[in-house]
Write a new protein. Structure first.
Length: 497
């Protein structure tokens, strides 16, 4: 018999390169970032355990809903040991085109696409040292990608995850009934001395008493009263009015909203946010009630952080009748302040336990191999990457994120390293690579993913049992005419019989 040639190694496999040293304690934690350290008392993952985990991973896991996440990894391994990555999850929406229990081939195609791009793009002259992922949830998809990169010798030394659920407030306090003898609540008492801006968020539970004059819910500014972030409350002639405003140098922007509160015992939950692009938003009891564009506030330390009282000025000094009359009347409780934009779920600490557990398991799995970092928003990460090249992304991915992110393309280009590559697979956004002093678009077409997304966007009527190919140029007028013609035909048949 003819001798068969020995099997050749996979074409993607490349010799291991000298790895970049991990970030140590000496690396300063930048604003908006969080470092996830592994527990040194727990032994590192062995090759035997890693192989046990990989053999237990199912290509098409069963549906396993957990707190709105799909959990693809079972709590126990086939060997009977506890699964060290069981807390990792991904999108749990069954209608999502890349929902793994229904369509595992879509996730496989995405992973293959990313891996092939990386193998062809990165080399010893252009190493993959920093991996970044946007909107990564509970990290299951990122774990799979990083393990595939390990197999081809491209495991990065640093992984950065931009996920809103990792955000934590910089100020929290219980609040109080206002007004009171000492004036409003001075949040400086908490010891916070950090910057606020260009992103910002303030939330509180508020009960409104009947006002005697226009008052201030909160006002954060510097010594000369400039660079102010504030919310004014309407007086007796403007019940129900709030005005969320920002003053940047000599320019002021405001977002007024009417009929959003009434005097009485009813408590409302408010959230006021400003994004990195200057978009102002007001949330009331979980719903967005107003949005406007403005210039984002400057990033600076504001010496005045008052709740329930405006900052004193030369025209309105502390102790004057006018100053006392502008105090808020009511209860302001559960006060939280962030130095970046958040959404409503962050104010209720939703998913906090799940997120902490997932990121702890991720850092433990890659202990000694990859440093794990998180940022609450893309704007915060882009600002750090721009100022500190160590955090600039060599590979930045956004997979299965269907929400529109304000300023996404601009922030991504700022976050990329000198030869960085960004890939968008599923959802809005453009893929880029950095070349020289500019950026070039990258082809991110993935046929299997594109067909799955196209199918989910079809009108429901096109998904029935019709002969032939579905008509993607379906029109309401044509359908109505066909229905009229069919009705006339049925009436003619009845008359004939």
């Amino acid at each position: 018999p003819r001798r068969q040639p020995p099997p050749s190694p996979p074409p993607q496999l490349r010799p291991s390169r000298e790895r970049k040293p991990l970030d140590g304690q000496e690396v300063h934690i930048p604003r908006g970032a969080r470092r996830w350290w592994p527990d040194e008392s727990i032994p590192r993952v062995t090759e035997a355990l890693r192989e046990d985990v990989h053999t237990s991973v199912s290509r098409q896991p069963p549906r396993n809903d957990f707190s709105s996440w799909q959990m693809p990894f079972s709590p126990m391994l086939r060997s009977g040991r506890r699964n060290p990555i069981c807390a990792l999850g991904e999108c749990g929406d069954p209608t999502c085109p890349s929902y793994r229990p229904k369509r595992p081939e879509v996730r496989e195609a995405v992973e293959k696409f990313v891996l092939e791009k990386c193998v062809s793009y990165f080399s010893s002259d252009n190493p993959l040292d920093t991996y970044a992922s946007i909107g990564c949830g509970l990290l299951a998809q990122d774990w799979i990608l990083l393990e595939k990169l390990r197999r081809v010798g491209l495991l990065p030394a640093r992984a950065i995850f931009v996920e809103l659920r990792t955000a934590r407030p910089v100020i929290k306090c219980e609040g109080a009934e206002l007004p009171r003898a000492g004036g409003g609540i001075n949040l400086r008492q908490t010891g916070f001395m950090g910057h606020l801006g260009p992103e910002f968020a303030f939330s509180a539970h508020v009960t409104f008493n009947h006002p005697t004059a226009e008052s201030t819910l909160f006002e954060f500014c510097n010594d000369n009263g400039a660079d102010t972030i504030f919310v004014r409350v309407g007086g007796p002639g403007a019940l129900g009015r709030l005005n969320f405003g920002i003053c940047v140098e000599d320019q002021c922007y405001s977002l007024p909203v009417e009929d959003c509160w009434t005097p009485g015992n009813e408590t409302h939950k408010f959230l006021f946010t400003c994004g990195g692009t200057g978009v102002l938003r007001i949330y009331l009891d979980g719903e967005t009630i107003a949005t406007a564009s403005a210039r984002p506030p400057n990033a600076l330390v504001r010496s005045t952080l008052l709740v329930g009282q405006p900052a004193p000025t030369a025209e309105n000094p502390r102790g004057s009748a006018t100053y006392s009359g502008s105090a808020f009347r009511g209860l302001v409780s559960k006060i939280q302040v962030w130095d970046h934009e958040v959404d409503w779920l962050c104010t209720e600490s939703m998913f906090t336990c799940e997120v902490d557990r997932a990121y702890s398991q991720m850092s433990q799995w890659f202990s000694g191999e990859c440093a794990i970092w998180t940022f609450g928003t893309l704007a915060a990460y882009a600002a750090v990457a721009k100022s500190d090249p160590r955090f600039a992304a060599d590979l930045l991915v956004k997979i299965d994120v269907h929400d529109e992110l304000d300023g996404y393309d601009d922030f991504v280009c700022e976050a990329l390293g000198p030869r960085g590559l960004s890939l968008v697979l599923g959802g809005p956004g453009t893929s880029w690579c950095r070349q020289g002093g500019g950026w070039c678009r990258v082809d991110n077409s993935c046929d299997i993913l594109d067909r799955a997304e196209e199918k989910t966007k079809m009108p429901w009527a096109l998904l029935g049992s019709f002969p032939g190919e579905p008509d993607r140029h379906f029109s309401v007028e044509g359908s109505a005419a066909a229905c009229r013609q069919s009705a006339a035909h049925r009436a003619r048949r009845r008359r004939e019989h």
